[in-house]
Ligand binder design. Sequence first.
Ligand SMILES: [Zn+2]
Length: 319
Amino acid sequence: MLSAVAGASSMFIPSLGFFGGANAQTAASPSGNTGHYHFRVGEITATVLSDGIIGGPPRIYASNAPEVELEEVLRQAFLSTEHMTLNMNTLLIETGGRRILIEAGAGKTMGPNGGRIFDNLAAIGLGPADIDAVVISHTHPDHVGNLRTADGSKAFPNARVFVPKADWDFFVANDPDLSYMPVPQDFRTRFAANIKSSLEPVSRDIELYEAGDEILPGLTTIVAAGHTPGMATFLVHSGKEQLLLTADLAYHPVINVDRPWIPGPDRDKETALNSRRRIFDRAAADRIPVLGFHFPFPGLGHMLKTDEAYAWVPANWAF
Ligand SMILES: [Zn+2]
């Protein structure tokens, strides 16, 4: 893909910090490349809307990888050994006269290269007021950051916002102990504060859900706890067609699918591992198309079961 050319230049920019800048790509998108991608799931119109990119040291996302092996795997995949770039692929589904956004994206809560979702909505002729529901997999800032405008009001003024109850209880209703996260303390403090402030404008009429049900027509939540106490993944379905969203079961396919390394931000690593295996197995066995929130844009492909683990097979681009 052409975007790989733009991405390659980032390897020569020194890392600026955790999850943040460190990439040559700017919010102005000088390349003019698209950040939206249309496809269908049966009768449902689906559009991946990029919110841009975040990233950080690869070690954060592959906590148990042997150092030498991690560097070798990154080199073989032509990826930087210094900085891992992660996309944010939010998904808009249009069904039954409703527009449902799955994940809100980071905005500027995790560095300067988020917040593109509004430009990408505009590019397909929509504005934030056209969104009827926003469904969040878990309340990390890169999934809820865009819920708040710069002046502190609701960014999607007409949307019902759905958040997993166990994440609300852990991150919002209480002061979370984030000592399990392999990042500096000042990062954890900002991370926790950004979750609360992002959700504050929608707190009065929030819909707290427990995963396992069809919460909107064509959208079923799947229990995927471990990364956070309440993380859910999603099945979009219409007739015989399905799309499985994996949220943050994996950050990057090279290190968390092709290699089974454990994301450092997983709070309960054993439970997260079980969720990952159960949902990846389902995707592979039933040959369900998959959308990875943080995978290279647009993040669509399939999970292939291999003797040892899985392999990520990106989908062909469709015009
Ligand atoms: Zn994430």
